[in-house]
Design a protein around this ligand. Structure first.
Ligand SMILES: NC(=O)c1ccc[n+]([C@@H]2O[C@H](COP(=O)([O-])OP(=O)(O)OC[C@H]3O[C@@H](n4cnc5c(N)ncnc54)[C@H](O)[C@@H]3O)[C@@H](O)[C@H]2O)c1
Ligand SMILES: [Zn+2]
Length: 375
């Protein structure tokens, strides 16, 4: 296969479910070659194209068109569906529509479901791929920074019920993930910054050196410079893959470190109704609160928190809740008690012990949490 000079790959080792994340720039025409390689490795490839079902949303339709063109250039039959953008599309009704369309396409066990979009498209398409015909091959082409570094790694797929996010789902690893950083060129600033909150998170929880790299490359990151973006995406994917490889089905509790800042964030998001505060924005505030909690517990000094505040702000993220959002300490605490990651009625916190390292705590006194929430 002709590989462009710029491509990086991250290998996710999961035995027979191992796969590769290709990270490149301006490379979508070569998508079909990667897909063919992935299929051949699993002895599923024919010399001519197969059938693909491309799931996308209206905002990224031009990127999906480029993926379809790549497939069609090698004789693939391409069907698909275009969703309304937004979290509401990640539901059973949309999944049902995809099943019907797959039947119409005469999809079989070799039909490849291709997600071209952010986490919403990826989770929904992955769920459809995990369940249609008891599982068909699935490929991700992420188009948001969050999907590049988080939702497309790890095989968690699923949908929302009207009152519960991500409650119905499966683990379904993709055949491969194809990241083209130029697809981020059209991503609105606010969405890009939300992805950066998760990027900063990886540095704090797992890799102090990477945190320092980010501090040194703020401008390039803000300018979405392709080479720096590829390096950032590759590092985050590697860090998440290391965890997923050890705890594929989230049984050992190891994956919980990824929840740094999220105990606070989930409460903020739920209480603000998900509209005023995007997930990444809530995570930015939540990480700083968690770090202050760690200070209060004597785990880190103030410098660790300050560096996070400065980096998040440099990336255009606020580390305080917006002025129009007023949440009482008790309401936030009540909501935190409902977190599904809690064990035995105690709120579970992921707290830093130094830059690049976190631990899980079940024994944080509520008065400390109250104090941090009231700050
Ligand atoms: N499976 C997992 O492990 C995992 C992990 C984290 C988050 N998630 C899920 O991911 C979802 C959030 O993902 P998201 O933040 O990517 O949101 P999203 O998919 O809703 O995308 C955000 C917005 O940006 C638009 N968009 C996407 N790419 C674009 C582009 N290149 N140009 C212009 N517009 C573009 C979308 O249409 C949408 O309006 C949530 O449902 C969350 O539960 C899953
Ligand atoms: Zn998150």
């Amino acid at each position: 296969m002709s590989e462009s000079q710029s491509a990086t790959t991250v290998q996710v080792y999961l035995g027979p479910r191992s796969y590769e994340i290709v990270i490149d720039t301006a490379a979508t025409p070569s998508f079909v070659q990667h897909l063919r390689t992935w299929l051949e490795e699993r002895e599923r490839g024919g010399l001519v194209g197969g059938t693909a079902f491309v799931v996308t949303d209206r905002n990224v339709e031009p990127h999906a068109a480029a993926v379809r063109k790549s497939l069609e250039s090698q004789g693939w039959t391409v069907g698909g569906t275009t969703l309304e953008p937004g979290e509401r599309s990640k539901c059973l009704e949309t999944a049902a529509r995809c099943y019907e369309e797959l039947v119409e396409l005469k999809a079989d066990r070799n039909t490849v479901v291709v997600a071209v979009g952010g986490g919403v498209v990826g989770d929904l398409a992955g769920f459809v791929a995990a369940t249609y015909g008891r599982g068909v091959p699935f490929v991700q082409v992420p188009t948001t920074l969050l999907a590049d570094v988080d939702s497309s790694v790890g095989g968690k797929v699923g949908i929302n019920l009207s009152k519960a996010k991500n409650l119905v789902g499966a683990f379904h690893q993709p055949l491969g993930v194809f990241v083209d950083t130029s697809l981020l060129d059209t991503l609105p600033d606010r969405e890009y910054r939300c992805g950066l909150a998760e990027v900063v998170k990886y540095g704090v929880i797992l890799d102090g050196g990477f945190f320092e790299f980010l501090e040194k490359h703020v401008e390039e990151v803000n300018d979405r410079k392709p080479d720096v973006l590829r390096a950032v995406v590759a590092r985050c994917c590697r860090l998440k893959a290391d965890i997923v490889e050890q705890d594929e089905y989230e049984r050992g509790g190891l994956r919980s470190v990824l929840n740094y800042g999220h105990t606070f964030a989930h409460a903020y998001e739920a209480l603000t109704g998900y509209d005023d505060l995007r997930h990444g924005e809530a995570v930015a505030v939540g990480m700083v609160r968690a770090s202050r909690l760690a200070e209060r517990r004597g785990l880190v000094d103030a410098k660790v928190t300050e560096r996070q505040v400065e980096l998040l702000r440099a990336f255009g993220l606020s580390t305080e809740l917006p002025n129009n959002v007023e949440l009482s300490t008790e309401a936030v605490l009540d909501r935190m008690r409902l977190d599904k990651k809690n064990v035995g009625g105690r709120i579970r916190f992921v707290l830093p012990t130094r830059m690049g390292h976190v631990r899980t705590f079940d024994d944080v006194p509520e008065e400390d949490v109250r104090a941090v929430l009231a700050e």
